[in-house]
Each structure stands twice: as C-alpha cells, then as structure tokens.
Design a protein around this ligand. Structure first.
Ligand SMILES: NC(=O)C1=CN([C@@H]2O[C@H](COP(=O)(O)OP(=O)(O)OC[C@H]3O[C@@H](n4cnc5c(N)ncnc54)[C@H](OP(=O)(O)O)[C@@H]3O)[C@@H](O)[C@H]2O)C=CC1
Ligand SMILES: O=C(O)C(=O)[C@@H](O)[C@H](O)C(=O)CO
Length: 278
C-alpha cells in the first residue's frame, strides 16, 4: 500500500512514515536502508552525528529509485551552531552523501546553554536559499526556542522532531506545534525496543486487530497526527512497521493508550531544556 503524504508549511511534502537510521552504519547499514527503500519507504532520517550519511547516500543510489521520489534528511550537530561552521557542516553532509540537496535538514538539539541555535537557524535559512536544502526543520525544540526563531528570523520550522511514544505522548508540545503549523515527527516511536513492545494493554489491542504491538503503536502515532520514524534492521519488521494504513484504532483504543503516559516517560536523561548535545 502506498504511504500517504503530509504537506509541510512551506509546501513541500513528506511521507506519513519515515525510516530511522540511527545505529545503521557501514555495509550493514547500507543493506538495511536498501531493504527499507525496496519495501517501499520513501524517506530516510539521518544526522551528521550518526556518522552514516555516506551509507544513506549509497543506499539512495543503489536503490535505483528516482531522487525526486525520495526524501533524505540530516541534522546539524551542537558543536557546529556558529553560522559559518553550520554552512560548512551542511556542505560536508552533502559531500558525505554525494547528493546535490537534502529534502530536510534539522538543528539536532537546541543546546540552550550554548545559546547559538538562532545563529544556526539563520545558516539553515541561507542554506535553503543556496539550494542545499528543500525544507528546514528542528528537533527537540521547546516553545521558548521556537518563539525565539520566530521573533528573530520570522521563520518557523516545517517540522519539530521530538521524542514521542505512548509512555511520553507530549500532548502540550504536539498541540503547540499543531497550533503553529509545524508537523510533529516522533523519534524513538517504538520506545527504542523497551518494555513498551510487551505492554499488556497494547498486546490486547493488537490481538483483537490481528496486528503486532509495533503496528498498533505506529498507527497510534498516525492517528495523533504525528509522523513516526521507526528504525529496524530487520526486513520483516520494516514491512510490518510501514503497514499501518489499512486499519484503524477506535476512540476507545486511543483513550486507553493515552493512559499509558508516565510522569517522566523519557527513555533517557535528555530534557531539551537542559540537555546539550555535542
Ligand atoms: N532527533 C533526535 O534527537 C532523535 C532522532 N532519532 C531518529 O528516530 C529514529 C527511531 O528511533 P530509535 O531510537 O532508533 O528507536 P525506535 O523506537 O525506532 O526503535 C528501534 C528498535 O526497535 C526495534 N524494532 C523495530 N521495529 C520493531 C518491531 N516491529 N517489533 C519489535 N522490535 C522492533 C529495532 O530492532 P531491529 O533494528 O533489530 O529490528 C530497534 O532495536 C532513529 O533511528 C533516528 O533516525 C532517534 C533519537 C533521537
Ligand atoms: O539519536 C539521536 O538523534 C540523538 O539525538 C541521540 O542523542 C540519541 O537520542 C541517543 O540516545 C544517544 O545516546
């Protein structure tokens, strides 16, 4: 089944599910990404810090698929938020992928203590003007960070990619994004293979629908209006994870899944208000 598309606030489009590539490196990484592109994913999420932009570019070329059919993303690391360094880093990302442009490029973390994310954002705006990037976006930004981008540049991102899964549903942040025309993407959408995948409530829903728990979680993301980015090195799981557009959760399922939220449901100690990424 074809993956539906989502239109961003700058008129560009992304598929309603993207393939995550964190920890997919080297030849094994290329193989996993090749498999994902072969089973119908149209988008790859990468980052300068994943050290796999070369594998991403190679998988895109080996797929034999037209470049314009695909969406390729990377992210600017915290150590390169200075304006000139940011532009050079984006150029380096392009050289590593050996692609002519990125569909999406994100600021990976705001690093508020360092305090240079507005400068980095201005570099992304310039990189878009130069044709390096089609759509500019952020990850892990809080409302206060987004307000500063708006006040100081007049440009809000197309996407805010945040940690999001049933243990950490981020209702307020998702609403903020939605109210400001920003699409929410969900990182670690499956809870990075934590006990979420064996949760009894999710298992009951999955059994009733004849689906797997991972599919129920990814469908939950879709019905919330967020775009999940599941990673899997396993072809069978890649296929299952993308097969979420031919069934639906009931309102009752959605309400029950909302009850799984935990006071601190984060997977790790990575609060964007204080976390500083290298
Ligand atoms: N912007 C940011 O700050 C961040 C962005 N990301 C992005 O989000 C992507 C996804 O997040 P990630 O942290 O990788 O975690 P995910 O929630 O996607 O979980 C990945 C893990 O789940 C396993 N898995 C995948 N599908 C299934 C399934 N159907 N059943 C059982 N297990 C499954 C995988 O195993 P296996 O591979 O062995 O199949 C892997 O161990 C990253 O790859 C990256 O692209 C991630 C973190 C932060
Ligand atoms: O994977 C990413 O995109 C990250 O930002 C990392 O910080 C990741 O979340 C991680 O857990 C690294 O240990």
């Amino acid at each position: 089944m074809t993956i539906p598309t989502v239109t961003l606030n700058d008129g560009t489009t992304i598929p309603a599910i993207t393939f995550g590539t964190y920890k997919l490196n080297g030849a094994a990484g290329v193989e996993a990404m090749n498999s994902a592109l072969n089973v119908g994913y149209d988008a790859l999420d990468s980052a300068f810090n994943y050290e796999n932009e070369g594998a991403v570019g190679r998988a895109v070329r080996e797929s034999g698929r037209p470049r314009e059919e695909l969406r390729v993303a990377s992210k600017l690391p915290g150590r390169h938020h200075d304006y000139d360094a940011a532009l050079t880093t984006i150029e380096e990302s392009l050289y590593r992928t050996q692609l002519d442009y990125f569909d999406l490029y994100y600021i990976h973390w705001p690093n508020p203590k360092q305090g240079k994310y507005v400068e980095a954002w201005k570099a992304l705006i310039e990189a878009k003007k130069r044709g390096y990037i089609r759509s500019i976006a952020v990850c892990n930004f809080l409302p206060e960070h987004l307000e500063r981008l708006k006040a100081e540049t007049g440009v809000l991102p197309s996407i805010n990619q945040i940690e999001l899964h049933p243990y950490f549903p981020q209702d307020e942040m998702r609403k903020w994004n939605h109210d400001h025309g920003i699409i929410t993407q969900a990182w670690s959408p499956l809870g990075r293979a934590s006990d979420l995948l064996t949760n009894p409530l999710l298992k009951t829903i999955a059994e009733r629908l004849g689906k797997e728990v991972g599919q129920v979680i990814l469908r939950w993301h879709h019905q919330l209006g967020s775009v999940p980015i599941p990673k899997s090195a396993t072809p069978e799981r890649q296929i299952k994870n993308r097969s979420i557009f031919d069934f639906a959760l009931t309102e009752d399922d959605m309400t029950k899944i909302a009850s799984l939220a935990r006071a601190d449901g984060r997977l790790a100690d990575q609060d964007p208000a204080t976390y500083e990424e290298f």
